[in-house]
Design a protein around this ligand. Structure first.
Ligand code: ZN
Length: 140
C-alpha cells in the first residue's frame, strides 16, 4: 500500500493539524482517546515518527513506544480502575490508520468482549508442528 505521511491522519494529529484528546505526551510518543471507543478509556499510543507497522521502526523506537504504553496503562488503571486492559496491535490491517498504533482497551466484567484470541476464528488445517517449522526456518 502506498501511503504518504502527508495523508496520514495520525501524522496530522501529531502536527496539530487536526484536534485530538491527548492523555499523555513526551518527546517521541503521544497517547490520545480513540475517536470510536470500544470501551470507556479506550486510548491509542503512537510514536510521533511515521511508520506503518512494527517492521518499519527500530528496536529502540519500539522500546520507547512500549515504555509509553506502560505509563498510559498505569494511568488508566489509576483513573478508571478497570478489571483488565486489552493491549493490541492490528499489524498491517488495511481497515485501520496506516500509522502504527497500540490500542489500550479497558475491560470490565460483563463488557461483552472476549480475550484477544477471540478476534479470529480460523483454525489451522496443517499440524502446529508443520507451521512451527515454517516460522522457525524463515530467514529475517
Ligand atoms: Zn503517520
Amino acid at each position: 500500500m502506498c501511503y504518504s505521511m502527508a495523508d496520514c491522519l495520525f501524522c496530522k494529529l501529531v502536527n496539530n493539524e487536526i484536534p485530538s484528546l491527548s492523555v499523555y505526551e513526551d518527546d517521541d510518543t503521544i497517547a490520545f482517546m480513540e475517536l470510536y471507543p470500544s470501551a470507556p478509556g479506550h486510548v491509542m499510543v503512537i510514536l510521533k515518527k511515521h511508520g506503518n507497522n512494527i517492521l518499519e521502526y527500530s528496536q529502540r523506537e519500539l522500546g520507547i513506544l512500549m515504555a509509553s504504553v506502560q505509563k498510559v496503562t498505569e494511568k488508566i488503571e489509576k483513573a478508571l480502575e478497570p478489571d483488565a486492559i486489552t493491549i493490541g496491535i492490528n499489524h498491517k490491517e488495511r481497515r485501520g490508520v496506516p500509522h502504527l498504533h497500540i490500542h489500550l482497551i479497558p475491560r470490565w466484567e460483563n463488557d461483552k468482549g472476549g480475550i484477544i484470541q477471540s478476534v479470529v476464528n480460523n483454525p489451522p488445517k496443517e499440524k502446529r508442528e508443520v507451521i512451527a517449522e515454517k516460522i522457525r526456518n524463515a530467514s529475517v
